[in-house]
Design a protein. Structure first.
Length: 298
């Protein structure tokens, strides 16, 4: 009987919080929202980002609410916040600020982020039209009352479209040969790519190197399948394998102290810098990660 009473008491403590309008709440304004996000950018759900700037002045275009940056990939997020429903001017302003920043700092990858209390179906469709040509993320912001406190919840309602590598059309990528990559890297680092290919062939026999100007891809019986690509450098080989980001995979990389170049969210792949030692001593881990990427490509 005691257990049943405990369950009933526990259920009675679970309640549905009261949703409140941020726009119509006199205790909250856009400045407070900016400050809260600036204090802890991770609440947006975009990863462990850092605040680069707040209310950043734009030439002839007002002020960007927040500029956030990924400390690993150095990717920058141009964030605009709006209370209430999305409107035309807010979406245009978000894209203008993104465009200004990417032109001023082309050495970084950039992504526009629109945060609004209500992203209507109409504007969801409009934003979706831009996605792919413009990397843009839409985040809905909700507020809930807990006694005298108010909690903010951020939900991504439109993520940027993950773009594929140029693998289906190798004419565009520019077909080359092994010597091209030996010159760009070294004979030793190209052989490191061979070693990784041998790992792949343990679980997926028949794959061969597919040499292009931008990367060394994979092909089987003439059909490209770039679930992993290689970029030999002078002292190492960069391995990129395509997988949706997950904390579990990232933990495996971190715990094994691999040289992580950073997850490239727009294209959806992990990037590692590997030398002979890592390929030899971390062989089983690399095999596990590459197998996940291969299974994901099916």
């Amino acid at each position: 009987m005691g257990d049943k009473d405990d369950i009933i008491n526990m259920i009675s403590k679970i309640f549905r919080p009261e949703k409140v309008s941020i726009q119509n709440n006199p205790d909250i304004d856009e400045g407070i929202i900016k400050t809260k996000i600036a204090e802890n950018p991770s609440i947006l759900g975009l990863g462990d980002l850092l605040l680069k700037d707040k209310e950043r002045i734009q030439p002839r275009a007002g002020r960007l609410d927040l500029l956030l940056q990924d400390p690993d990939s150095l990717r920058r997020y141009e964030v605009e916040i709006q209370l209430g429903k999305t409107d035309e001017s807010h979406i245009i302003r978000t894209i203008e600020y993104w465009d200004t920043e990417r032109k001023r700092y082309p050495q970084y990858d950039h992504c526009a982020v629109i945060v609004a209390e209500d992203i209507t179906t109409r504007f969801h469709n409009v934003i979706n039209l831009f996605n792919g040509s413009i990397p843009i993320i839409a985040i809905q912001m909700n507020a809930f009352k807990f006694g005298d406190d108010i909690g903010l919840v951020f939900t991504t309602v439109l993520d940027e479209i993950t773009l594929g590598l140029v693998d289906e059309d190798e004419d565009i990528a520019g077909v080359t040969d092994r010597n091209y990559w030996v010159e760009r890297g070294t004979d030793e680092t190209v052989k490191m790519a061979d070693d990784i290919l041998s790992i792949i062939n343990e679980f997926a026999p028949g794959y061969k190197m597919n040499y292009t100007k931008f990367y060394i891809g994979l092909a089987k019986e003439g059909q490209a399948n770039n679930f992993a690509v290689f970029r030999p450098r002078k002292n190492a080989v960069n391995l990129e394998f395509k997988l949706p980001y997950s904390d579990e995979v990232q933990k495996k990389i971190d715990d094994n102290e691999l040289d992580d170049i950073g997850y490239f969210k727009r294209f959806g792949y992990y990037r590692l810098r590997l030398g002979d030692k890592e390929i030899t001593h971390k062989r089983e881990l690399l095999k596990e990660l590459l197998l996940l990427a291969y299974e994901n490509s099916k």
